[in-house]
Design a protein around this ligand. Sequence first.
Ligand SMILES: *[C@@H]1O[C@H](CO)[C@@H](O)[C@H](O)[C@H]1NC(C)=O
Ligand SMILES: *[C@@H]1O[C@H](CO)[C@@H](O)[C@H](O)[C@H]1NC(C)=O
Ligand SMILES: *[C@@H]1O[C@H](CO)[C@@H](O)[C@H](O)[C@H]1NC(C)=O
Length: 355
Amino acid sequence: MAAKWWLAAAILISLCATSTGRELKVKIKHKGHLPVYNHTLARVLAEYASAVYWSDTTQLFTWTCERCNDLTEGFEMIELIIDVQRCLQAFVGVAKDLNAIIIAFRGTQETSIQNWVADLYWKQLDIDYPGMDNAMVHHGFYTAYHNTTLRPGILSAVERAKELYGDIKIMSTGHSMGGAMAAFCALDLTVNIGEKDVQVVTFGQPRIGNAAFASYYSEFVPRTIRVTHEHDIVPHLPPYYYYFPQKTYHHFPTEVWLYNIAFGSLVFMIEKVCDSSGEDPTCSRSVSGNSILDHLVYYGIQMGNEEGVSCRIILDPRVAAYRTMDIDGNFVLARNLSSTILRRSSEVKGQVDSM
Ligand SMILES: *[C@@H]1O[C@H](CO)[C@@H](O)[C@H](O)[C@H]1NC(C)=O
Ligand SMILES: *[C@@H]1O[C@H](CO)[C@@H](O)[C@H](O)[C@H]1NC(C)=O
Ligand SMILES: *[C@@H]1O[C@H](CO)[C@@H](O)[C@H](O)[C@H]1NC(C)=O
């Protein structure tokens, strides 16, 4: 009798264990397209994620900056949003070659990236993501997109772009903290605005929420690629605690891990498409995250701000005509994409070029 009771208890316990185990897993229900990793597209978006760091607002707005060429040539800027108080920057425009609206977010502009990274260890999951049971995120990451001038600026620019170009694709990108904002933006566009099939590619992005959040996120924005590079420290943060799945941060899928392998003097760059868990132990988690240098270069493209520049805003009086400013000094540069204004802005471009 005692043995039987014991057996029943053991079965009950194991049932509970499996059912909680199941709850904790990231459920992936791909309603739309599966994320397909496209190297070419990822490289193009990496160039946009690099360009958005540019501090000379005039060069960025007229798409004449040093990083505003190569694969992003011909980009039509629609709106550049600068949150001066919090040192945030994002733009919205149209890449005709991709037939897509591009939204790009700048990462953190701390004087010391070391300090910013050190802070990431201690970020708490401290607010509930609205409308999603048990989904928690970090307040600072969430508010950088949701509670600043970025969100209204981006939503209105996307709307205007769609009025002008019709129902084209939407792609959201960013590096580091900018990747976190790109993900929140894509989720917002999907859940609150009703956009479909928003594509996301982020580079060296930190974790932003718990497993429940990752599960909702991947259900709503399945076409997401999260690129990580070698020993880049940032994707390892805030930490993932394997033994506390309910309490810990958890990445959403799909990671693509870039790393090198060497055979003698030959070095090959591998691009590993990881599993759908978000926390594939055979990808960047298989190595220690101990490099800031690996954080600052993706596909050989320099990420982060220009040397020695930290949250400086350079604005030429000639683009001031495109500016609207709020009482806190945050501003938006917006182009009126009618033919006359386009001509005016290419004149501005010409003048800047000849400077
Ligand atoms: C990858 O993306 C590029 C740029 O959008 C596109 O031209 C190409 O056809 C894509 N490749 C595949 C296999 O989808
Ligand atoms: C957003 O900002 C306002 C004003 O700065 C503040 O009162 C509010 O608590 C913030 N909301 C969140 C979620 O942080
Ligand atoms: C944009 O330009 C067109 C044509 O020049 C003009 O009719 C329209 O009022 C302008 N819109 C804004 C918001 O300035």
